[in-house]
Design a protein around this ligand. Structure first.
Ligand SMILES: C[S@@+](CC[C@H](N)C(=O)[O-])C[C@H]1O[C@@H](n2cnc3c(N)ncnc32)[C@H](O)[C@@H]1O
Length: 213
């Protein structure tokens, strides 16, 4: 049932020009688009796409890739982004969406390097036995490093104190340098594009943010 749903969802996705079905197609697009000093940004675990659609809308000169593991969630994101484009009467031709596991991001991007990685409200996986699934676990950081330009940064936001502390230690041990650390992002005046989860959960407590390189 699930497999059939996924197949139907993928067939539907393929009709949408923002959906990139393979690394070969991705590379062809990036070769064409990354000209004249355009920058490349990627959000991993984009969910329903609120953040990346606003980011790509506010910054039409640069290229954005949204990655989401779960196909049905990506299908919802595409619907939402289509509506967003209709409302604004624009085409976000700088935004591309893919479905793959963050563990394969090095393989998927190949020679293409990003200027920034966004990790927003990654699943906390609170049980110790699931720590390896956290998107700030060493094996994921290792993948992110492969796709980062020398001066690239990684921005991480969460409302989950446990995941925040885990990520601080994991990033420190990995050798990332901390550029910015916020213990209550919404009490600062730094510019912030909110995500779906942030909208829902920020009223229950602080939002933590890290910027590392
Ligand atoms: C808690 S949601 C947050 C969604 C969105 N970033 C937000 O802030 O509203 C985390 C998302 O990460 C996706 N995800 C989890 N593990 C992933 C992985 N290994 N690779 C890519 N996406 C993943 C999940 O499917 C889920 O949609």
């Amino acid at each position: 049932m699930r497999a059939r749903f996924n197949k139907e969802a993928i067939d539907k996705l393929k009709e949408n020009e923002k959906y990139i079905a393979s690394k070969e197609i991705l590379h062809k697009i990036l070769k064409e688009k990354l000209k004249d000093g355009k920058k490349l940004f990627i959000e991993i675990g984009m969910g329903k796409g609120e953040f990346i659609s606003n980011m790509s809308y506010n910054d039409r000169d640069n290229i954005y890739i949204g990655v989401e593991l779960c196909i049905p969630v990506l299908a919802l994101a595409i619907k939402k982004i289509n509506r967003f484009e209709e409302e604004k009467n624009i085409k976000l031709d700088n935004l591309f969406l893919m479905s793959f596991d963050a563990l394969n991001v090095g393989e998927m991007l190949g020679e293409f390097k990003v200027d920034k990685i966004y990790l927003n409200f990654s699943d906390p996986w609170p049980k110790k036995k699931h720590a390896k699934r956290r998107l700030t676990n060493e094996k994921f950081l290792n993948e992110y490093r492969k796709i980062m330009k020398d001066d690239a940064t990684l921005e991480f936001k969460t409302d989950n104190r446990g995941l925040f502390e885990y990520s601080l230690v994991s990033m420190q041990n990995f050798g990332f340098k901390f550029i910015e650390v916020y213990l209550d992002l919404h009490k600062t005046d730094i510019p912030n594009v909110v995500t779906e989860y942030e909208e829902k959960f920020s009223r229950f407590g602080p939002i933590y943010k890290l910027v590392v390189k």
